[in-house]
Write a protein that binds this ligand. Structure first.
Ligand code: GLU
Length: 309
């Protein structure tokens, strides 16, 4: 809930202030198809736990979830296998290394929100083959976002599949450590398909609002257990913003997950989910304008979860 005075003015003021970061950072190009976007594209969507929506900018933009899909993989892996199995295969600790680094892998990935960890959670999603597993992921995303219009972005998928040697290497390494016994290609395929799910800002914000609301959607249906919501949000808080996670939590003060397409999903428990979209990224892979806007909103609407009131 955001029931406070002048809320619209505060949101619009923060957007205005974030304009000073337009032009900073670079659009991701290591997946060639990701470079085909308007670098100045911008959107903000906030969905509160009560279902109110505040939305601005290019609301019809469809972006790929990329790493934000890691929270879906984690949620489904937990639903399908339970906490004990999942965290016997992937760790819970932040890492100072890049999201696609091989370094934090020892016997297992350091956390579920870097590539190695999300490849691990993708390997734990049940279903007889990749099509069935991905169908389950899509229908869960549709349910959470209350939209039948969620897309599979084939061009993004195809472009990443052709260039994903680092993720393939990570997947082989995990298999060599007996993290899963499925084939490398089927595990990698599901991971990349999940990254290629396309959505609009408010669809993602609505999905996030279920997590902000303890796992229950605005119709009162429980879609995720309270325990899983707690696990996912705590991992987002400690590991969701790549190697800037600690600083982001200190400055902004709520769980968030970013993706290299330029979207960030922030979740303020009990209050709202916030999606920013702006594709120019910093060195870590976080949207420059997006993270500044979340910081401004956090200050102006007092969203930091560590404030005492
Ligand atoms: N599909 C991207 C990759 O695996 C996701 C990276 C991200 O958004 O952090 O490289």
């Amino acid at each position: 809930m955001l029931d406070q005075e002048n809320i619209i003015e505060k949101i619009e003021g923060a957007i205005k202030k974030s304009e000073r970061h337009i032009g900073e950072g670079e659009v991701a190009s290591y997946i060639p198809e990701l470079a085909n976007v308007d670098p100045e594209g911008f959107a903000l969507s906030i969905v509160t736990t009560g279902g109110e929506v505040y939305e601005y900018g290019d609301l019809d933009t469809v972006f790929s979830m990329q790493s934000i899909s890691k929270i879906i993989s984690l949620t489904m892996a937990l639903m399908d296998n339970g906490k004990k199995v999942v965290f016997s295969k992937v760790g819970t600790e932040p890492t100072p290394y890049k999201f696609n680094s091989l370094i934090p892998i020892d016997d297992r990935a350091s956390n579920p929100l870097i590539n190695a960890g999300a490849i691990t959670t993708a390997s734990l999603i049940k279903g007889e083959d990749v099509d069935v597993r991905f169908e389950r992921v899509m229908s869960f995303v549709k349910k959470l976002s209350e939209s039948d219009d969620i897309k599979f972005l084939y061009k993004i998928y195809n472009s990443e599949m052709k260039t994903t040697d680092v993720n393939r290497a990570i997947t082989y390494y995990l298999k060599s450590k007996n993290i899963f016994d499925k084939s490398v290609e089927e595990v990698l395929d599901l991971y990349i398909r999940n990254c290629s799910i396309g959505m609009k800002p408010t669809e993602l914000a609505r999905l996030g609002s279920v997590f902000a609301n303890g796992g229950v959607n605005t119709k009162g249906e429980r879609l995720v257990s309270e325990e899983i919501v707690r696990i996912v949000l705590s991992q987002m808080a400690s590991c969701g913003m790549y190697e800037e996670s600690g600083r982001f939590l200190m400055e902004v003060g709520f769980p968030a997950k970013s993706g290299v397409s330029g979207a960030i999903l922030g979740i303020v428990p009990g209050r709202c989910a916030i999606v920013t979209y702006s594709p120019r990224l910093d060195e870590s892979g976080n949207s420059v304008r997006g993270k500044h806007l979340l910081d401004l909103l956090s200050d102006d609407i007092r969203l930091n979860i560590f404030l005492h009131e």
